[in-house]
Design a protein around this ligand. Sequence first.
Ligand code: DMJ
Length: 930
Amino acid sequence: MSGAGGRGCGSPVPQRAPWSLVAATAAFCLVSATSVWTAGAEPMSREEKQKLGNQVLEMFDHAYGNYMEHAYPADELMPLTCRGRVRGQEPSRGDVDDALGKFSLTLIDSLDTLVVLNKTKEFEDAVRKVLRDVNLDNDVVVSVFETNIRVLGGLLGGHSLAIMLKEKGEYMQWYNDELLQMAKQLGYKLLPAFNTTSGLPYPRINLKFGIRKPEARTGTETDTCTACAGTLILEFAALSRFTGATIFEEYARKALDFLWEKRQRSSNLVGVTINIHTGDWVRKDSGVGAGIDSYYEYLLKAYVLLGDDSFLERFNTHYDAIMRYISQPPLLLDVHIHKPMLNARTWMDALLAFFPGLQVLKGDIRPAIETHEMLYQVIKKHNFLPEAFTTDFRVHWAQHPLRPEFAESTYFLYKATGDPYYLEVGKTLIENLNKYARVPCGFAAMKDVRTGSHEDRMDSFFLAEMFKYLYLLFADKEDIIFDIEDYIFTTEAHLLPLWLSTTNQSISKKNITSEYTELDDSNFDWTCPNTQILFPNDPLYAQSIREPLKNVVDKSCPRGIIRVREESFRSGAKPPLRARDFMATNPEHLEILKKMGAASSIDAEDGLRFMQEMIELSSQQQKEQQLPPRAVQIVSHPFFGRVVLTAGPAQFGLDLSKHKETRGFVASSKPYNGCSELTNPEAVMGKIALIQRGQCMFAEKARNIQNAGAIGGIVIDDNEGSSSDTAPLFQMAGDGKDTDDIKIPMLFLFSKEGSIILDAIREYEEVEVLLSDKAKDRAAILKGKMIPSYIINSNPEMENEEQSSPENDSQNQSDEQVSSSSQEVDLVDQESSEESSLNSHPESLSPADTDNVASISPSEQTSDPTENHETTNLNGECTDLDNQLQEQSETEEDSNPNVSWGKKVQPIDSILADWNEDIEAFEMMEKDEL
Ligand code: DMJ
């Protein structure tokens, strides 16, 4: 998601846009804060900002340069194997591959980033390549949503800046709307997706054959996500207004109108997925993250871009509901659309990190600061925002595909507050990217933020969004060759000019205000939140909001579903039975359970929550029974610890989470399957043996290599093409016998990860690896070695020198030869670096800290009442709220034996039907991925 570029309140714009009359774009009003803000965090000097801006430019070159050199014209770069990802040539990763249409996705998504980053010459070259090479007519099924935001948005952003440059008179003089023509061609290709009675688009379309035809292989889907149907209006309206072809804007409006009609009328919330034919909500949970996020974003931005009041009215109505039910500052927690006081989850997903940025645009700064601060603390704990994390800030889904949402919100909060704290946040993001995600061939997504292992993936949004927001964060007005405030950012951070609001307005704007007569007018905020008013004499405003939250993550305590009917306990009702406390052998518990299905609506509500907790608990317990993945880090030249492979653990041998890592050179065992006594013990002695999976038990292989003197083993999958990208990792089981005799650590790699090591052996002969529970700090593992200084210092300029120096082409070059830019890591450096890494990256906390849940059995978890009942206050102190409430209610119950449990009696069938509906929704939710 993204926000609008800002303009000064009342500052002149080329053509006065209707929206500016009501000035709801908070961001532009808040911009002025940057110039007056001086207190709070230490101000950052212009030199420091420029240095960081230059670092962003260099990082972009590293990402874009490697894509262009090793992947283009493929859609994406695979930065570990250093080649292009071509759909059909790699094992399918499921839905995530639907973004790939064989249309050079990363190049198109990067177009306007090149201009923002002042790379005008490169932009001109890139546009020529798009026009020369890109084919939009491939027989491939793509996501309508992704194709719209990344490709249509990319082409329109490119066109917007191409005409701006042409007008300036230096670059793009040859340009004749060619990108716009491509965008129009693509727009027409997407239109058949809207051929439904509801007007909601099918989620996928075949670029060549459209929908439904046998050869299209799509068109039978019944459901789509709300964001998928509700994130079209900016691109489609821009296409209509640029070209005069009104059909695009009409279709996108119709889809939005339908979603609005289908909102849950009492809560004013929308669900995550909807049936495109009937309009029924398929998933009735509702949040601001995955599946819904950019629907809200586009309502507000459609108002900004198109000046249509109805979009603002809709946004404000939803926003009011979000703040009433979903916002539990600093958390944003999903609820049920028809029971909005009930939380639907105990975890949050990473996509919601865009929301503080949207709140800035709305002008609601306080909750934006709070949520952003909470997210930042999660990032400080794990270096990146895991795809999902629990309300007590444990990792729920451990991946991180280099998502830009947090950088985006950081940028908007800096624009709003001018607080240099946000520049320091940006600096940390840059450091973490260079330290943990940068690999020799680009930037790799994190497979698991707990182990620091990588995934062979660099999504196009990393170039479209991350570098834009980071560069803009540190840029002054004069660092950008055009006025960013004349544009709005789409959800993919593509730039659309605000003058479109007054161009080709042939779409009759429905005056639908009358439809809203039942709504409370005070809900609609038409005022311009000016920073001069928001922060009149208090330059420490943002800091004062962050202060109480500063330990919210570190000092949080385990807790379950957090919204409980506290008021009813306080007023004397008995607290409901929680799933985590349930014991099937306890007759009192069984009695309560029976009551839940039979009596009052409150009991039914407790029952619903109980079932929900049971489902979550069981899925959590399944997770916890699995050993966490391990890491194989390649430490020899030219990897120097920068490539980390995700590995499966073994249920036998040395437990890497309890012992120091094992480090050694690798050697292939003979026979390669390791199923009999090795014939090459001298080759594997003191080394880490590579063995192929298959033909005998894992434990037998381990014994054979251990007998030959190996200090560890890596089993590589014999199933060619297998990869942790597409298959779930598993743990290697023993052989059913006592395996205590196996003392060495054993890890498992899928074939793709294994071949990265095998290829390295072919190329560099000597390959040294580290087997551990999580990637180790590079300074620590390279201690005493002669290595290029950029490896330690993350000084990218030196990396460029090193990469381009001819001596580095030599295959067997020793570490010492790397040299002009090498330095020995001495103990002092290493110690200080370890110390600083510990300080600045609390992820270096012991593995037990991140994985301790995995080692606690479910029964242990439920048997510790203090642990389970603790909650946290905003100062991060743990309080025993549940116990207090329990005590209070027990006392009150003693004194009042006739406590009422509610009066409304509901028949059991209806309660059960209600439960089933919710349970089905939960089960579906569990299956769905982001
Ligand atoms: C981007 O493609 C867009 O921002 C989208 O709206 C959701 N998020 C991804 C990046 O995380």
